[in-house]
Design a protein around this ligand. Structure first.
Ligand SMILES: Cc1cc2nc3c(=O)[nH]c(=O)nc-3n(C[C@H](O)[C@H](O)[C@H](O)COP(=O)(O)OP(=O)(O)OC[C@H]3O[C@@H](n4cnc5c(N)ncnc54)[C@H](O)[C@@H]3O)c2cc1C
Length: 350
């Protein structure tokens, strides 16, 4: 079995297949250099829901429910912590119009049948005292948790290798040259080379750190600030991640990053003024692998090749569900995959 791409998706599949006892070789010239090292790590089955992407909701819910057990198992298998944080997500609006936007989306959130609790401004600040006094309230989502994607990637690499997967730091140009019965394409934004309709959607993320004794948000805080979305994710390590911008400039990592840093700091500090006191450690620009309809490409491409790509904003959240589905397909233990994610769906409509 060959897996092309050692991001979090490719490695999670490799780990799972290697545990079935199959021989697995993973190809990647730079494992962990893709979107998996940029992501904030929100496992947000509710607060990532978007109108028009409803087909994603059951898979997001399945994966979110699998995450606590998956994290435990991965930590045991690898000996690494993965930074799973069982803290809720608080989505709030700074002004009345921001709160109205959350109320509009709450109809979609409630359709997920997950725990979504409306909150006023005062109740929000009681849960997260660092919120600005201007906060107008929003919703509390107890089961939208978070992990540390860099820690997850390191753990997956260790677990996959311990299970017997071999990692070859090689770029793959020609799938025909690979000596394998089955090939899994987990190439993220590199997938277009293999004929899959994936484009990069750029995002900038900031990493900050609070000083000793400085208060940090306990919840994952997401907000709308004068119409602009922003999120703040706290890690147990003391790292604070602020994200994320979203634009399309091909693979350019430089144009407009000054404005991105300015915007993310301005919006997050309006929401949580204490952030101005933290140390800014890192600015990272990454690319979300995205299909024309924003849904993943998961399933057979031909008799030999299976796609596991196009995870867009959700590739960390969707690790457990994708790995289970693709490992079953690759080993012949199952032939099911969500039809909305069929990698051939765009070809059929041509
Ligand atoms: C700013 C930002 C914030 C995000 N926040 C979140 C979040 O909070 N929650 C969430 O769930 N998701 C989030 N995401 C999305 C998530 O990061 C991605 O969906 C996920 O990392 C995709 O994982 P992957 O393994 O498919 O791709 P990648 O991590 O990009 O890995 C692909 C790998 O394939 C390799 N590769 C490519 N082409 C070839 C080739 N020809 N031969 C060999 N190897 C090849 C690359 O070197 C790379 O290592 C975010 C993304 C960004 C950019």
């Amino acid at each position: 079995m060959a897996i092309v791409g050692a991001g979090s998706i490719g490695l999670a599949i490799a780990w799972r297949i290697a545990r079935f006892g199959a021989e697995v070789v993973v190809y990647d010239p730079a494992p962990g250099s893709g979107a998996s090292r940029v992501a904030a790590g929100m496992l947000a089955a509710v607060t990532e829901a978007q109108f028009g992407e409803e087909a994603l909701l059951p898979f997001m819910a399945e994966s979110a429910d699998a995450w606590p057990g998956f994290a435990r198992e991965l930590e045991q298998a690898s000996g690494h912590h993965v930074g799973f944080r069982d803290a809720p997500t608080l989505l709030v609006g700074l002004e009345d119009a921001d709160r109205a936007e959350i109320d509009r989306q709450a109809a979609l959130y409630r359709s997920t049948d997950r725990n979504v609790q409306p909150l006023g401004g005062r109740a929000s600040r009681k849960i997260e005292p660092l919120l600005s006094h201007r906060t107008r309230g929003g919703v509390l989502v107890p089961d939208d948790r978070a992990v540390d994607p860099r820690a997850v990637h390191a753990a997956l690499l260790a677990a996959a290798e311990k299970a017997g997967a071999r990692i070859r730091t090689e770029h793959v140009d020609d799938l025909g040259a690979l000596d394998a019965d089955k090939i899994v394409l987990a190439t993220g934004c590199g997938s277009a080379r293999f004929g899959l309709p994936i484009r990069p959607v750029r995002g900038t993320v900031l990493r900050l750190r609070a000083g000793d004794g400085q208060p940090v948000p306990a919840a994952t805080v997401r907000g709308y600030v004068q119409g602009h979305p922003v999120y703040i994710v706290t890690r147990d390590s003391g790292e604070i991640v602020i994200g994320a911008t979203s634009d399309e400039r091909g693979f350019d990592r430089t144009i407009g990053t000054a404005g991105a840093v300015h915007d993310l700091l301005r919006w997050s500090i309006e929401l949580i003024p204490e952030i101005a006191e933290y140390h800014l450690e890192e600015v990272t620009v990454g690319f979300r692998p995205t299909a024309p309809d924003n849904l993943p490409l998961i399933g057979p491409v031909d008799d030999r090749t299976i796609a596991a790509t196009g995870h867009y904003r959700h590739g960390i959240a969707l690790i457990p569900a994708t790995a289970a589905c693709v490992a079953d397909l690759a080993t012949g233990q199952g032939d099911g995959f969500p039809k909305a994610f069929d990698p051939l769906r765009f070809k059929e409509s041509e």
